[in-house]
Design a protein around this ligand. Sequence first.
Ligand SMILES: Nc1nc2c(c(=O)[nH]1)N[C@H]1C(S)=C(S)[C@@H](COP(=O)(O)OP(=O)(O)OC[C@H]3O[C@@H](n4cnc5c(=O)[nH]c(N)nc54)[C@H](O)[C@@H]3O)O[C@H]1N2
Ligand SMILES: Nc1nc2c(c(=O)[nH]1)N[C@H]1C(S)=C(S)[C@@H](COP(=O)(O)OP(=O)(O)OC[C@H]3O[C@@H](n4cnc5c(=O)[nH]c(N)nc54)[C@H](O)[C@@H]3O)O[C@H]1N2
Ligand SMILES: [Mo]
Length: 765
Amino acid sequence: MARKKINPIGAIRLTGIETNKPPNYAAGIAGIQKAVEHTTQQMGALRAFKALNKLNQKHGIDCPGCAWPDPDDKRSVLGEYCENGAKALAEEATLSKVDVDFFTNYSVSELSEWTDYQLGKAGRLTQPMILKPNSDYYEPISWDTAYETIAKEINALSDPNEAVFYTSGRSSNEAAFLYALFARALGTNNLPDCSNMCHESSGYALKETVGIGKGSVTLNDFEKAEVIIVIGQNPGTNHPRMLSALADCKKNGGRIISINPLNEAGLKRFVNPQKPMDYLKRGTSLADLHLPVKINQDVALLKAISKELIHLDVEKNNILDHKFISEKTVGYDTLKKDLEKYETADLLERAGISFQDFLKAVKIIAPKKKIIICWAMGLTQHKNAVDNIREVVNLLLLKGSIGKDGSGTCPVRGHSNVQGDRTVGIMTKPSSLLNDKLKRTFDINPPVHAGLDTVGCIKAMHEGKAKVFVSLGGNFVSAASDTNYTSSALQNTNLTVSVSTKLNRTHTCAGKTSIILPTLGRSELDVKNGKKRFVTVENSMGKVHASSGVLDPASAQLLSEPEIICGLASAVLGKKTQIPWNTYADDYNQIRNKIEEIVSGFDQYNKKTIESKNGFYLPNNAREGDFSNMPDGKARFSICPLPEHRTESNEFLLMTIRSHDQFNTTIYGLDDRYRGIRNERRVLFMNKSDMDRNQLDHLDFVDITSHYQGIERKAELFHVIEYDIPKGNLAAYFPETNVLVPIDEYADESRTPISKSIKVKIVKR
Ligand SMILES: Nc1nc2c(c(=O)[nH]1)N[C@H]1C(S)=C(S)[C@@H](COP(=O)(O)OP(=O)(O)OC[C@H]3O[C@@H](n4cnc5c(=O)[nH]c(N)nc54)[C@H](O)[C@@H]3O)O[C@H]1N2
Ligand SMILES: Nc1nc2c(c(=O)[nH]1)N[C@H]1C(S)=C(S)[C@@H](COP(=O)(O)OP(=O)(O)OC[C@H]3O[C@@H](n4cnc5c(=O)[nH]c(N)nc54)[C@H](O)[C@@H]3O)O[C@H]1N2
Ligand SMILES: [Mo]
């Protein structure tokens, strides 16, 4: 049957909202209950018990959720996971299956009307499927025919740069290394990844200021820190295990400052679900101070703080770390002079922070030198995102808070192996060193010119310049900006290939031909020739360790990611290279040996992974306080202008955020417990005075529109929620609001879409 029109966002359907007052603390009994509920319902009690027991334990399953590290030594006997890790596991290890019958029953156009929640709940993909040109139904296909079909399409391209190889951050080091090798052996650096939409801005700013695009702290630093600033991050939902680290800091006398337009419950008080005694003591209060900054005015606030510290230092002389500044940095005098241009009162007005609160923050920070700053998407997804992070680094450098115990940079990573994928080669701009090594080791001619990133490849597909889209995990159409544009870009290609565990919207926004290659998840046993295999991942703090699954695979037809990539690469490249793909598909030790040869820091990779049950840290110059790799041999202060948002009186800045019941585009449930929302995702958080001004009541319906370069984009039907959010600011969940983010609006330098500061209007329905 001919393919009908595809709906790129799914049906817009209300689910019956209930609202409550947001709670004052995170985790606790409710968290445990939810974890048990989700896992047992979806996985069956026995499998849930088996898998939860192994989650984040030494040589167990690396949690498929976030990239927060596990403790180096002690692991809790009650389990080293959180509510949302358990949900991530349940989602992967669900007993529901998307099999041939499913695809016979539902056409692609019909599935495109389903919500993301429904698509996810359909279950695990069980065998390779193909959607042929014009057809509206996926049909089964054998692995070999799938590889041949893909090879034929790729080999028919007039240039390898007409193919794009996207990676989401859940893939192992082994899979990511092979995938990047495959793309380069083919002749392209078109390796966009989810990082382009995520922490790209952090990597960019950190590399340029301190010489490494990763954070400098380890988990142990949290116990030693005197001050931890959590800015633009919601750990209660997105990195719940981080709350234990924050609680450790508090127990040792440290102070915590939260800088966020929302006063997130997770940063108020934490009852550790793994410590029964915590209930009796009513947990640990976390943030000592909450600064409700206006969206994207962090640079203004950080400037005000830095300026005040410099000013106080003139009087007291021990506020800044002058030894560190003179020995280890360049650009201090220029920064100092630049800050003189600004009036503190103006900066605070922009930031929406009272003078009183500002002084409280300064009072906490001024006397201390062991400071950690943690951040995530609240800083990285704005037009000036790279500057946001430069300004964070400025503050740390003033205090000499990098490269010392209890202090440093902490970009809190998203996907559980997003950092590792980059380390082993997923990047659009490889260094000449990497290329030389690839050339020598594999006798290939890797391309030198930069490849397409996420925004770049969407445009290229839209314009017909990229014709094949392969994705290793992820849900590209829902994760990327400008959903309608991205959907037509994907549908404009000759072929889309998804290596996936679960059904998602990208499988419906398919190219003329589309192939789904189902793969094993983290939690599943990977057995070859009777031998159990493990893969490796790198956490948010640069530690590499093993992960091995324990559950029986969702279907006997699933292959591991490395096997699939090897199958694809052999079929596409044939005899053009001597790379022994079959060997790598069989024996992951051989892949690790090659990573060791090519990427620095992996000496004795196999031996160290197996022997040190705990994994090993990769080298990190900033952690050592060594900036000799920088152009001047020193860390750099930066001068960052203030962001300009010229909003009209009827315009707002919208941030698109995660609810407590989602993992990116995977919707676990319809609640956002910590923000008092039940059973609805179509909500728009709004300040009371803005509601009054617009004659809106709690739960009224509105549409949201954005207007860029003469184009109106619209997201329909949202309940207005009265909420404690700065005036002029709005918040709503993604992916529902990605239709509003214009493809051409992204951060300077890092090109990350502006998902946290979209200029919008609202229209009452
Ligand atoms: N359970 C769960 N865990 C996850 C994920 C998930 O979806 N679910 N996703 C994973 C991924 S890939 C990532 S990248 C991380 C994301 O982790 P987060 O970055 O914590 O996720 P967001 O929901 O995008 O939250 C951004 C936070 O920044 C604040 N914010 C928004 N704009 C601004 C601003 O201009 N300034 C400041 N100071 N704050 C601002 C918001 O109020 C919100 O608290 O989490 C990872 N872990
Ligand atoms: N508006 C807005 N947009 C955003 C963001 C935002 O804050 N606001 N955040 C951005 C961020 S930070 C990120 S990281 C991106 C996320 O972008 P992606 O990484 O592309 O999206 P996910 O939703 O994490 O991908 C989920 C899919 O991955 C597949 N999957 C899950 N586990 C595995 C596995 O082990 N192997 C394989 N092969 N597949 C697997 C499943 O099929 C699942 O449907 O979204 C970005 N988009
Ligand atoms: Mo992310």
